[in-house]
Write a protein that binds this ligand. Structure first.
Ligand SMILES: [Zn+2]
Length: 436
């Protein structure tokens, strides 16, 4: 069974896909023509569901370090005292934790993660070793991040200079590398951690280099209050005023917004990175129904929560329905599946390359094992995927035409080693955080 993500033939119930040179050469119903003398590798996917790889547009792989703890503390780790922070993470720890986050995402069917945190020049190639497509950005800010969790926002130009400089250098070094598996955009951390001066420079670099910008936006009441006090407007209003609020912006969260902000974000067709599970774990919810009706584009991200896009689809669907108070055509499994695949591809500017299974596109393919009690009977495969499947039902992952996960296990990296290194890194970070 193939969920193609293509408009004309969304489901092939007895289909085949032929991949050649990393791209989809043929896709159709029935059996393909005999391949002749070609050297072919065949995957028998009978009893399985084939989907496009998920495009997870907002992650911080290193923040796996706060897993199981930060979810219950009330707010984003950067603003929370008593937990490890980005500036405390050594290069070695960053790599260990980033490899864990990337592996987790890949095993759950994300074929692209868009990741931002610290030491990105080291973590990006290491994450890519798992076989996943890694887009990333250096974290751009001009506050002193070692003081933010103490509620001190002092903007210092020299910090803005190096963080923006690093982000641009990252682009020069990695963009388009590994046959296009690596890519770099610009990440303004958030309105409250970037001064207006810095945000304007980010806008200028965006235009000079032809990049997209991602940012946390209206994530907390604290951020909104801070921008009101500093700039006399709401965070989306500030971004609009600067020229950042448009369809080149990937705005994560968009929770604390009023009617005017909703209209503004919608009219500019911003790509909202909807962190459906993470936000609700924190007791908040973005007005996704109103935003979509206003014209905002939607994609999904797992942020610092566990990187299961199947679960995030489910949270996005259900929280959309809670806002409407019933089941409607506006929130259906196809809605959130689209967000997790083509919506993500569009947000990244990669809609011609990935996001659906169509001839000519890169072969980023996920195969779910549907021969499991919670996935039988199969009457409507997409309904099962969104309502009852889990990331760990992923059997096989193909990225750029290469099989990188088989039988639910990674083929290119040593999972035991990754788990061991990440555990050790997190224990060291927590020991230092608790001693401070
Ligand atoms: Zn985030």
């Amino acid at each position: 069974m193939i969920l193609t993500g293509a408009a004309q033939t969304p489901l092939l119930s007895n289909g085949f896909i032929i991949v050649r040179d990393g791209r989809i050469a043929e896709i159709g119903e029935g059996a393909p023509e005999p391949a002749g003398t070609e050297n072919i590798h065949t995957i028998d996917a009978r009893g399985k569901l084939v989907t496009p790889g998920f495009v997870n547009i907002h992650t911080h792989a290193i923040l796996t370090m706060v897993r199981g703890v930060a979810e219950d503390m009330g707010f984003a780790p950067a603003y929370t005292p008593g937990v490890p922070h980005g500036h405390e993470v050594t290069e070695e720890e960053a790599v260990a934790l980033a490899r864990l986050g990337a592996l987790e995402a890949l095993l759950f069917g994300s074929t692209l993660i868009n990741d931002t945190y610290v030491h990105q020049h080291l973590t990006m190639p290491e994450m890519a070793e798992t076989g996943i497509r890694v887009w990333g950005s250096g974290r751009i800010h001009d506050v002193d991040f070692s003081r933010v969790h103490l509620a001190e926002w002092e903007h210092r130009p020299e910090i803005g200079d190096w963080s923006l400089g690093d982000a641009v250098a990252l682009h020069e070094r990695f963009h388009g590398k590994l046959n296009g598996r690596l890519g770099v955009h610009l990440a303004a951390h958030a309105p409250d951690t970037c001064s207006r001066w810095l945000l304007e420079r980010i806008r200028d670099e965006r235009d000079r280099l032809g990049l997209r910008v991602q940012s946390h936006l209206s994530q907390s009441k604290l951020e909104v209050a801070r921008i009101r006090e500093r700039d006399g407007m709401s965070p989306p209003e500030l971004y609009d005023d600067i020229g950042l609020l448009d369809d080149r912006l990937l705005a994560a969260h968009c929770i604390h917004i009023d009617e005017a902000d909703i209209a503004r974000i919608g009219a500019r067709h911003v790509h909202v990175a909807h962190i459906a599970k993470g936000n609700q774990t924190g007791g908040t919810i973005a007005p996704t129904t109103a935003l979509r009706k206003a014209g905002a584009q939607f994609a999904l991200g797992t942020d610092n929560m566990h990187a299961d896009m199947v679960e995030v689809m489910r949270w996005a669907l259900n929280s959309g329905r809670v806002q409407e108070g019933c089941v409607t055509e506006f929130w259906q499994p196809r809605t959130v599946f689209e967000m997790a695949t083509m919506g993500g591809a569009r947000a990244m500017g990669l809609e011609d390359e990935i996001g659906s299974l169509e001839v000519g596109k890169k072969a980023d393919i996920v195969i779910f094992d549907y021969r499991r009690p919670h996935l039988v009977p199969v009457i409507e495969p997409l309904g099962n995927l969104v309502h009852t499947a889990q990331g760990r039902d992923v059997d096989c992952v193909i990225v750029d035409g290469v099989v990188v996960v088989e039988g639910g296990r990674p083929l290119l990296v040593n999972q035991d080693e990754i788990l061991r290194d990440a555990q050790r890194a997190a224990e060291n970070l927590w020991a230092r955080a608790r001693a401070a």
